[in-house]
Design a protein around this ligand. Structure first.
Ligand code: 6PG
Length: 261
């Protein structure tokens, strides 16, 4: 990926310091990109990882993230219209328990911003059917659909440190056998399906997208606080490629401000 701002030796030193101090998996790569370059940097990171992983012409898989942050990145990917998408199977990391046409649906957002413009055949798009009355059955069915290892798992982060729909203190954080579970969360809409920690751990690549000051504390806790994913589930994505704008990165210690404990 073309790095927006390569901090070179300073970044490597800061990362090495963080590795020694914080425990948990080694941090991945953190890219802090100016706001006006962030969308393209995020799109290129995803596209580069997908094309590298399918360079031999093989098939790949991506689990899309929801919320508002990825929408412009999906627009960038749709406009780039890389041929690699014909080799992709598209999944979702989580979904709200609403109909697929509901404005709150992650599927609807991705369909409008990316999937329809790309014209992917329906057999390559695997919607998480969180609107089914029997949520546990829907969760089990989706878990069976997921590949053993996703090529790329896209994730966002909430201000309190959630990722996918894994929220602090959730029983889903101790799920070790099921790949997808139904959860009741403190946000709206509260009921969702979400991938579980084993899916994050097995993904070949993780890409975390975050923008804005409201994410700064959670980003710093995810990347630098002592290992406690039950308190900050986004720590499960620590090894990933993080694409941040300066406000979202502003509490990382290398930026001079310690994360609030
Ligand atoms: C969802 C997402 C969720 C999202 C974060 C960030 O269903 O809401 O999967 O994990 O990535 O909540 O959301 P924003 O991008 O809207 O801030």
């Amino acid at each position: 990926m073309t790095r927006g701002r390569d901090e070179g030796a300073a970044e490597r030193a800061a990362t090495a310091a963080v590795r020694g101090r914080r425990g948990g998996p080694l941090p991945g790569s953190v890219h802090v990109v100016p706001g006006d370059e962030w969308v393209e940097a995020a799109g290129r990171a995803l596209q580069d990882l997908l094309s590298e992983a399918t360079a031999e012409g093989g098939e790949g898989s991506i689990a899309l993230s929801g919320g508002a942050t990825p929408k412009p990145v999906y627009g960038w990917l749709a406009a780039a219209h890389d041929p690699l998408w014909t080799r992709m199977h598209v999944f979702f990391g989580d979904e709200r328990c609403v109909p697929p046409g509901d404005p709150r649906s992650n599927y609807r957002m991705a369909r409008e911003a990316l999937l329809d413009p790309l014209g992917l055949p329906p057999e390559r798009v695997h919607r998480m059917e969180a609107d089914r009355p029997d949520r546990e059955a829907a969760a089990t069915a989706y878990g069976a659909l997921l590949p053993p290892r996703l090529t790329v798992l896209m994730l966002g982060i909430g201000p309190e440190g959630h990722t996918a729909s894994l929220f602090p203190g959730s029983p889903a954080l101790s799920e070790r056998s099921r790949k997808v579970v139904a959860v009741h969360t403190s946000t709206t809409p509260p009921d969702r399906l979400t991938i579980t920690p084993p899916v994050l751990e097995s993904a070949i690549h993780i890409v975390v997208l975050a923008r804005g000051e409201r994410k700064a504390d959670a980003v710093a806790r995810a990347l630098e606080a002592p290992w406690a994913p039950e308190l900050c589930p986004a720590q499960l994505a620590r090894r990933g490629t993080w694409i941040l704008d300066p406000p979202a990165a502003s509490r990382l210690s290398r930026f001079g401000r310690e994360p609030t404990p």
